[in-house]
Design a protein. Structure first.
Length: 400
């Protein structure tokens, strides 16, 4: 076995998830090994008192280190409820450590398969693949071992993106020379490989669906005989879903989104669920919206001081109340009619210079105060423009 990779370097700047500090992790002497793989070992640890998993490179083979780096990037870029969450990474003694959420169960366990809602698990995996495929990326290692199950057996999470990659022309790859236009053949576990991957021909996201289909058949095989008989309709659905997903012709396989819709339809007791053509067409004109930087709503202040009017006193609102105003206030309090401080100050100003400013009007220097609605109005303006554009699109579509 090779030694540690001393070519690894600490990250520059603020790369990676915000707020992560490796010093918040429990001491390595308290870690407990819970798994291993070709990349290295996995340990159970604590981050600020919460359980986490730490994946550590076991040797310095370039492909292993590259796989861990790729895993880091994908888990951070595709944050999703059905993808394991990564907290951060650090280097110690030349080895790279990846800190991620601790998910205790794996779908490769027969006990776990008989405990979970199998169709719900398949829906969760399909939901994660839908997000990944929509951006033009392929996982290339979809299998039961890489599906983790939460402690309450209610949620499945796809993990291990060490073999994932972007397809040519994927989102965010424009102009990147390092994106190889040729996909690696014969990659991933042999029994999960789609025919086109095994044969070295062109493949795409549908190759993930083939592995998904193989996983469907494995779930059925892992079921106890008694469980299989008492859940005959579920077994039939999973087998048919697996048959569709493992079609030899990639174009005949359902998409991840269609697999998700079929699973959700079955869970809701829908009819005609064994067909990939159940996803409804999109009839909305929705435009994606996001912000490039944090907007500090409620803290903006006007930079330039407004010009003061002659009637605006230099002492402003900070002048003390006159004895007469105080005595009037005490008299009104006795009668149960207490004026506000602003009203008392307004009366005092009227008495001193005969100002015509109504008692209820705000002071002239109110522009100095915090403007809590300026940011909201700015965003509303942008959204109004988007609504007008969408309305024009709908009008044009109607005329056609």
């Amino acid at each position: 076995m090779r030694g540690p990779d001393h070519t690894l370097r600490a990250a520059d700047g603020d790369l990676g998830p915000m707020g992560f500090d490796p010093e918040d992790l429990s001491d390595a002497s308290t870690w407990k090994q819970v798994g291993d793989g070709s990349f290295g070992k996995v340990y159970a640890a604590e981050l600020l008192g919460e359980p986490v998993a730490v994946k550590v490179t076991a040797n310095a083979r370039p492909d292993r280190v590259a796989g861990l780096k790729r895993d880091l990037w994908y888990l951070n870029a595709f944050a999703h409820p059905n993808v394991t969450r990564v907290y951060g990474a650090f280097i110690e003694n030349g080895d790279c450590h990846m800190v991620m959420e601790f998910v205790p169960h794996s779908l490769r366990s027969k006990r776990v398969v008989n405990e979970v809602n199998r169709v719900k698990v398949l829906a969760d995996v399909a939901r994660a693949l839908t997000r990944i495929h929509a951006c033009g990326h392929v996982h290339r290692d979809v299998k039961a071992r890489n599906v983790l199950i939460s402690e309450d057996y209610g949620t499945a999470k796809l993990t291990d993106f060490g073999l994932a990659r972007a397809l040519p022309g994927a989102i965010g790859t424009s102009g990147r020379e390092e994106v190889n236009p040729r996909l690696t053949p014969k990659i991933g576990p042999p029994k999960y490989r789609a025919p086109e991957v095994e044969n070295g021909t062109v493949y795409d996201t549908s190759s993930d669906i083939f592995g998904y289909g193989v996983m469907c058949f494995q779930l059925v095989e892992q079921l106890r005989r008694k469980t299989r008989k008492s859940n005959a309709s579920e077994v039939e659905f999973i087998r048919e879903l697996g048959r569709l997903a493992t079609e030899v012709n990639p174009s005949k396989r359902p998409t991840a989104r269609q697999c998700l819709v079929m699973c959700m339809s079955w869970l809701k007791g829908g009819d005609d669920i064994i067909t990939p053509n159940v996803y409804p067409g999109r009839n909305t004109v929705r435009q994606k919206y996001w912000v490039a930087a944090p907007m500090d709503g409620g803290t903006w202040k006007q930079q330039q001081e407004p010009s003061k009017s002659p009637s605006d006193s230099d002492s402003g609102d900070d002048e003390p109340l006159s004895p007469r105003s105080i005595s009037d206030a005490r008299a009104m309090a006795t009668n149960g009619d207490v004026p506000s401080i602003e009203a008392q100050r307004g009366r005092k100003r009227d008495e001193m210079d005969g100002s015509d400013t109504p008692v209820s009007a705000p002071p002239m220097n109110s522009a100095k105060r915090v403007n809590s609605t300026s940011t909201d109005l700015h965003v509303r303006g942008e959204l109004d423009d988007m609504r007008i554009t969408a309305a024009n699109h709908i009008k044009q579509a109607t005329q056609l």
